[in-house]
Design a protein around this ligand. Structure first.
Ligand code: AMP
Length: 397
């Protein structure tokens, strides 16, 4: 039986992720990852019906192009190509220009490219991926779904920095926020699980993965979020520092640090990795902490304390709070992280239901606080499904 499929592409600077999503059920039929682009060991691997396979790409040449060409061949071999009705691209930065999903044409592509100034690590890579996909599938409509779009509803008081307004006017320096598709998805799911309509639901969504951010969602709309002008802001992350006294940058520059040194230290060597001196991976942090590693313990404590502080501060963005929603690799899977965060929130009445929290560790998601206490819940995110759904909605509009 043939199905309508949406191909979701997330093109990064040295990688390209793809997923073939069933437009009705939301199931991922095929998932894959091209990685190590630009290096001699570039490859593409994929999973189809539980089976994994991979192939090497030519050492030289355009690896984005090669990965897409391999994908086309694979889709033909699996007999899936003719069922694809649209392509949805994840695009990190839509600036103030894009507050919703758009169909990609030459003009939109130029605008995504122009926003590279705000997202130099991401948007140029998206443009390369989109161009390659347009060449390979010239007959298919392609859509751009932006990480920043969901946060375009933030009020001015939330998105402006306390800086001279000239910096906003001249350079667009403001809070944009990221992970929008994830915050959107889990806030909608939370409303469903609470039996309410999304536009009457108020939640604080807590996306904790290698990148991490928190969002206050008021009546279905983002009203504040912890990432800012860049995804370095807010929470402590795998290798990113999160919020920082800007005076530290000044101080380090006075010590001879340059832009590249700062970029490396704050984005690649900070967070779990920098504090623990061990690993950027939360599982490794928890394991080492349990074995008495002091650096891992400190990293865990800073991380969970900061998550709780952000949740507490976002209560002022809402008049009512229906639930705190944990998601992302850590939020969905790490019982100790959720437990520590809820302990910090005791003053607000949160009481962990240890059995429910334990169950959530093994895939049973849902409410993890005790009956008749404020609700915290775990909801797995599904950004690919959002990208596929948004693309479908525009296709049928
Ligand atoms: P993401 O970026 O959403 O894929 O999340 C990656 C993070 O999730 C890493 O820090 C992992 O250590 C963490 N993670 C994934 N699975 C688990 C697990 N079963 N328990 C604890 N942390 C996990």
């Amino acid at each position: 039986m043939s199905h309508s499929l949406v191909l979701v592409i997330n093109s990064g600077s040295s990688s390209l992720k793809f997923a073939l999503i069933d437009a009705v059920s939301g199931d991922a039929r095929l998932t894959g990852l091209g990685e190590c682009f630009g290096l001699s060991d570039a490859s593409v691997s994929w999973k189809y019906e539980g089976e994994k396979a991979s192939c090497a790409l030519d050492a030289t040449g355009n690896h984005h192009q090669q990965a897409i060409e391999r994908l086309v061949t694979l889709l033909e071999e699996l007999g899936l190509k003719q069922d694809i009705i649209a392509i949805g691209h994840r695009v990190v930065h839509g600036g103030e220009r894009f507050s919703q999903t758009v169909k990609i044409d030459a003009h939109v592509l130029n605008e995504i490219d122009a926003l590279s100034e705000l997202a130099p690590l991401h948007n140029p890579a998206h443009v390369i991926g989109i161009r390659a996909a347009m060449q390979a599938f010239p007959y298919l409509p392609q859509y751009a779904v932006f990480d920043t779009a969901f946060h375009q509803t933030m009020p001015a008081k939330a998105y402006h920095y306390a800086l001279p307004q000239k910096l906003y006017q001249d350079y667009g320096i403001r809070r944009y926020g990221f992970h929008g598709t994830s915050h959107y998805f889990v806030s909608q799911e939370a409303a469903k699980q609470l039996g309410k309509s999304a536009d009457a639901t108020n939640v604080i969504t807590v996306h904790l993965g290698n990148g991490a951010s928190i969002c206050a969602v008021r009546e279905g709309k983002s009203v504040d979020t912890s990432m800012g002008f860049t995804p370095t802001a807010g929470l402590m992350m795998g290798t990113r520092c999160g919020d920082l006294d800007p005076g530290i940058i000044d101080f380090l520059m006075s010590k001879g640090w340059n832009q590249a040194d700062l970029q490396q230290a704050l984005n690649k060597e900070a967070g779990f990795l920098g504090v623990s001196g061990l690993t950027s991976d939360c599982r490794g942090i928890v394991e080492a902490m349990e074995q008495g590693h002091e650096g891992a313990k400190l990293a865990f404590e800073i991380f969970t304390y900061r998550v709780a502080k952000y949740i507490a501060s976002y209560m002022v963005s809402l008049d009512e709070l229906d639930a705190i929603v944990f998601t992302g690799g850590i939020g969905e899977n790490s019982l100790p992280v959720r437990s520590a965060v809820l302990k910090h929130l005791k003053i607000f009445g949160y009481r962990e239901d240890t059995a429910a929290n334990e169950k959530a560790r093994f895939g049973e998601k849902g409410i993890i606080t005790k009956p008749n206490t404020p609700i915290a819940m775990v909801i797995p995110t599904n950004e690919e499904w959002v990208i596929a759904k948004e693309s479908m909605a525009l296709l049928h509009a």
